[in-house]
Design a protein around this ligand. Structure first.
Ligand code: ADP
Length: 379
């Protein structure tokens, strides 16, 4: 499939979806893209020179070279990092590389709107090796021949340029409309929840359990897959467990989850101690690739069983926040919830009891809402 073409088509059809009478009032535009989705671009035409590398593609052939130059356990030392994709392309593609540039998915789509080639943001650029603390590419990276392909990096939500004239006239946007740098999907989803103070966190209860906490300190620990994204003068600290809704889905339908949950008393603590996993292996908050799923004994009552599972996942969530604190992050004070499990009020009550914190459903969870907040910041 021609991914880049389909992204472009989708972007323009989204612009077309904006009601005609609202278009002249749009002051600024931003967007988010999937982290580590990478394009190698012809810097004369802006067109992709090869098919995009998708976020989850791995280029392990580049790992030895990268491990030999990057600090130990750096984010780029993973086969799916943007830098691995760049180096793999650099080593395997024989075409002339004089007029090439690397862009992330969000950067390229924004370029279609502002026309200034070679601009990125420090959230998207993290996995290509950008150091958001120094606010520059590190020296070990700049000394490499392929570093001249790296984009210029700005803070997310920084004005880049006015919306291109042809796009503006095609859709009827204002000549004052500006285009701003974007961010990654998961950061945009965090921004949507408007957890803007240190200590505020978002737990995402989707197929897996992911937590993100706003912290005044930056923490990294490759053992647990914990790392920090910069958000202005703060850090967005995150980690993801393999437990979560995917396990629930294997046992119960969504309707069953709803019905059974009605009968749970969230104030009563469950003595059942599970570690729900879909398959062997856990990383965060316990780094154990050999950890076995634990979902037994199964009581006769499905209500009791579900109660035990929900409470066990809540204990894993609590342990995750304690680990972040132990690694040096700001103490969590309040948790907003996103994902399919957020609507379960009984689970929310159980989590409040186990976490000892106020827990509520996030009002907005769509990444697009977070990108719109970035656009507002840049306006
Ligand atoms: P994804 O990570 O795939 O985007 P979603 O955020 O859509 O996941 O959430 C889907 C998950 O939510 C499913 O795994 C499902 O088991 C879980 N889920 C759905 N309804 C409920 C419920 N009432 N209580 C708890 N979990 C639920």
């Amino acid at each position: 499939m021609d991914w880049a073409r389909s992204w472009k088509t989708t972007l323009f059809s989204l612009l077309e979806d904006i009601p005609v009478h609202l278009r002249p009032h749009v002051a600024s535009i931003s967007l988010d893209g999937t982290s580590a989705t990478t394009l190698i671009i012809d810097s004369n035409t802006g067109e992709p020179l090869a098919r995009p590398y998708l976020y989850n593609e791995s280029c392990p052939d580049a790992l030895p070279a990268i491990k030999s130059i990057a600090p130990v356990n750096h984010t780029v030392c993973s086969g799916s990092s943007t830098l691995c994709k760049l180096v793999s392309w650099w080593n395997n593609d024989n075409s002339d590389k004089t007029s090439t540039i690397l862009l992330h998915q969000a950067d390229w789509l924004l370029w279609l709107l502002h026309g200034q080639l070679g601009v990125s943001d420090y959230n998207n650029a993290l996995k290509v090796g950008y150091d958001p603390e120094l606010d520059s590419y590190p020296r070990w990276l700049l000394s490499q021949p392929y570093s001249r392909l790296l984009p210029v990096v700005k803070a997310p939500g920084t004005s880049i340029a006015h919306l291109k004239g042809d796009v503006r006239t095609l859709f009827g946007f204002s000549e004052n409309c500006i285009v701003c740098t974007g961010t990654t999907d998961s950061i945009a989803a965090f921004l949507a929840a408007r957890a803007t103070k240190p200590g505020k966190a978002v737990t995402s209860l989707g197929s897996t359990l992911a937590i993100k906490l706003l912290s005044t300190t930056r923490i990294e620990d490759a053992r647990y897959g914990v790392y920090s994204h910069r958000l202005d003068d703060k850090w967005l600290v995150g980690g993801a467990s393999n437990t979560g809704g995917a396990v629930l889905k294997e046992i119960f339908t969504d309707e069953q989850l709803e019905k059974l949950s009605e009968h749970i008393n969230p104030m009563e603590s469950s003595p059942l101690n599970y570690y729900p996993l879909k398959s062997v292996g856990e990383r965060f908050p316990v780094a154990d690739p050999m950890m076995e799923p634990r979902l037994h004994p199964r009581p006769e009552s499905d209500v009791v069983y579900l109660h035990g599972i929900l409470e066990s996942i809540a204990r894993i969530e609590a342990k995750a926040y304690i680990l972040l604190k132990d690694l040096g992050a700001t103490q969590v004070e309040e948790v907003f919830t996103a994902g399919g499990g957020a609507k379960n009020d009984k689970w929310t009550k159980i989590r409040e009891r186990i976490l000892g914190l106020p827990v509520s459903q996030a009002t907005q969870t769509e990444a697009a809402y977070g990108a719109a907040l970035l656009a507002m910041k840049g306006a």
